[in-house]
Design a protein around this ligand. Structure first.
Ligand code: MMA
Length: 169
């Protein structure tokens, strides 16, 4: 009986601690944009590693599409085919720490800032501006979700510690 109680205590103490650790680092910004399109989430992609590159498609008025590389693996492309595609490759150890932009019923502009002081901007100043950053110091952009159809209708940003394993650069 004593052994059982001890085991139960150990189990619960551990899970409470694990819960607290998770809560301390993860935060979420958004969703920005409208209700059109269908929902996408790259939450599973974060298991491939930290964000290492982005491809963004934009036309004269909207952010049209998005593809993200997690570690060495590209996510599915979401969005449409109009406009021009541009790519950003992050340096080893570089992460996105702030995203600002503009939105209304669509995502009009995305501006990424990294912990290496680099800035990348896509799209135009139509709609209302937003500013998204993590709550917890030292955490970074770990994945995107949102809504897409012919363009990116809406977007959310998830922030957490850069790496889940010690092997990660
Ligand atoms: C499609 C459809 C809409 C979405 C737009 C823009 C043309 O319509 O998916 O629901 O709002 O694309 O992405």
């Amino acid at each position: 009986m004593f052994r059982f109680t001890l085991l139960a205590l150990l189990c619960c103490a551990t899970s409470i601690r694990a819960g607290a650790i998770k809560k301390r680092w993860g935060s979420h910004s958004g969703e920005y944009g409208g209700n059109g399109g269908t929902r996408f989430s790259q939450s599973v992609n974060q298991l491939d590693g930290p964000i290492t590159a982005l491809k963004i498609r934009a036309d004269s008025s909207r952010i049209v599409g998005l593809q993200v590389r997690y570690g060495r693996e590209w996510s599915d492309y979401v969005g449409g085919s109009s406009g021009d595609l541009q790519a950003i490759t992050l340096h080893p150890g570089e992460s996105i720490i702030h995203v600002s932009g503009n939105s209304d019923s669509y995502i009009r502009k995305l501006h990424f800032q990294t912990n290496f002081g680099r800035h990348f901007s896509f799209g135009v100043n139509i709609g209302t501006s937003f500013s998204a950053q993590p709550i917890f110091p030292g955490t970074v952009l770990t994945y995107f979700s949102g809504r897409s159809g012919d363009v990116i209708d809406a977007i959310s940003f998830y922030w957490n510690t850069r790496c889940y394993s010690t092997e990660c650069q």
